[in-house]
Design a protein. Structure first.
Length: 397
């Protein structure tokens, strides 16, 4: 992959987005309980195929759910997109690109892209990239924020160098506790806090915590973080900083807005209107599973032998089992090839359509740490970390 001569330009597509939306006719119904349900599939963004457009500025693009039935890895042009600020580069000058490493280090660095790529062995990891708010639009009562259905997630094979190899070039100080990372996106309002996330030093030094330069064997699309993106398998994607440009080693907990105020979960049960409850930053993902072979409302024949298939993820551990559940039924699914603990895993099962007019089917994943999807979703005011058993209804003719 020749990065030295690559300069990616994508400005025109972002610039005309507003005008294209006005003429858009292609839509999809997400079936959100709080509505509104309709989303546009236009405009198309640079390096992207059909995506559900949740927001134009900054770009929030959801993967159409049918994509997940086509394979365990999500194609790069259908990989979901989430940015916090709309001031993002529309082109990258590869020759001038730098990653700063500073803070509690012995020798601060300013590394070129070529120096990053030569910092250590190139390693590959399959991992699900999932927004903490994936499924937020399905929460009841409704919560504020992007009303995602279940397509704010994707899976890829990520290739890069270990973050610890970059840290070692700078020489981490003895008192290091956290690593804070930033990208090239900026707020439009000058006093808004730069988007930055921090992880414990032990997480930063894991074998599979990498600074990726490729996804699915290709340079990642600009909207997914070209030329470098932090990958922390098993953690929500808010930590997977795109267009990585700044790595700072801290000796104390990070008190920036995006850690101290945003992206936090209550530690106690809460209900709408509650205030003053304790919270902690969201970190690791939970097990989830979905039926991909049939959609809600599909008509099947009475007595038909149905092959049900789908995907599952273990969150911060591997997939141990998937069960198909419904009224008076529980079927253990057959797990297909294991691409790694942090990847989607495909599964299939056979069920029979009986005489009932409606068949309600759900899927329950248990991960290798023994954590199982719940039957009831705990509510939280940000709509984070949804992982309830998801059901579809099949109509029997």
């Amino acid at each position: 992959m020749d990065f030295n001569r690559r300069t990616l330009v994508a400005g025109a597509g972002l610039g005309i987005a507003g005008r294209a939306l006005a003429a858009a006719k292609r839509t999809v119904d997400l079936g959100l309980p709080g509505g509104p349900n309709t989303r546009s599939l236009d405009p198309r963004f640079p390096q992207k195929g059909d995506m559900i457009v949740q927001r134009l500025r900054p770009p929030l693009l959801e993967t159409p759910f049918e994509v997940f039935d086509n394979g365990v890895f999500t194609p790069n042009d259908r990989h979901f997109v989430r940015w916090h600020y709309s001031d993002i580069p529309t082109s990258i000058d590869v020759a001038g690109y730098r990653v700063a490493i500073h803070g509690a280090v012995k020798a601060p660095q300013s590394l070129s892209l070529g120096e990053v790529l030569k910092a250590g062995d190139h390693v590959e990891c399959a991992a699900v990239n999932q927004c903490a708010g994936n499924g937020r639009g399905l929460f009841e009562p409704r919560v504020a924020g992007a009303q995602w259905a279940n397509g704010a997630m994707s899976n890829a094979k990520w290739r890069g160098v270990r973050l610890r190899d970059l840290l070692d070039k700078a020489g981490v100080g003895a008192g290091a506790k956290f690593v804070r990372v930033k990208g090239l996106d900026n707020a439009l309002v000058g006093d808004s806090p730069h988007f930055a996330k921090s992880i414990p030093i032990d997480v930063a030094r894991r074998d599979k915590t990498i600074v990726a330069f490729a996804m699915n064997g290709q340079a990642m699309p600009l909207l997914n973080g070209f030329p470098l993106r932090l990958i922390i398998p098993g953690w929500f994607s808010t930590y997977w900083v795109k267009m990585l440009s700044d790595i700072e080693v801290l000796t104390v907990p990070d008190d920036n807005f995006w850690m101290a105020t945003a992206y936090r979960m209550p530690t106690v049960a809460v209900k709408p209107g509650d205030k003053g409850f304790p919270t902690v930053p969201i970190t690791t993902m939970l097990p989830r599973s979905f039926i991909t072979s049939h959609v809600d409302g599909t008509t099947v024949k009475s007595g038909e032998r149905l092959t049900i298939r789908g995907i599952a993820m273990g969150g911060d551990a591997g997939v141990a089992k998937v069960e198909i559940v419904g009224r008076d039924r529980s079927v253990l699914a057959l797990l297909e090839k294991d691409e790694g603990s942090f990847s989607f895993r495909r599964w299939s099962a056979t069920v029979f359509a009986g005489r009932e007019s409606i068949i309600s089917l759900g899927t329950r994943c248990t991960n290798t740490s023994g954590v199982t999807q719940p039957d009831v979703q705990p509510w939280n005011p940000s709509g984070y970390a949804r992982n309830v058993v998801e059901y579809i209804a099949l109509r029997v003719a």
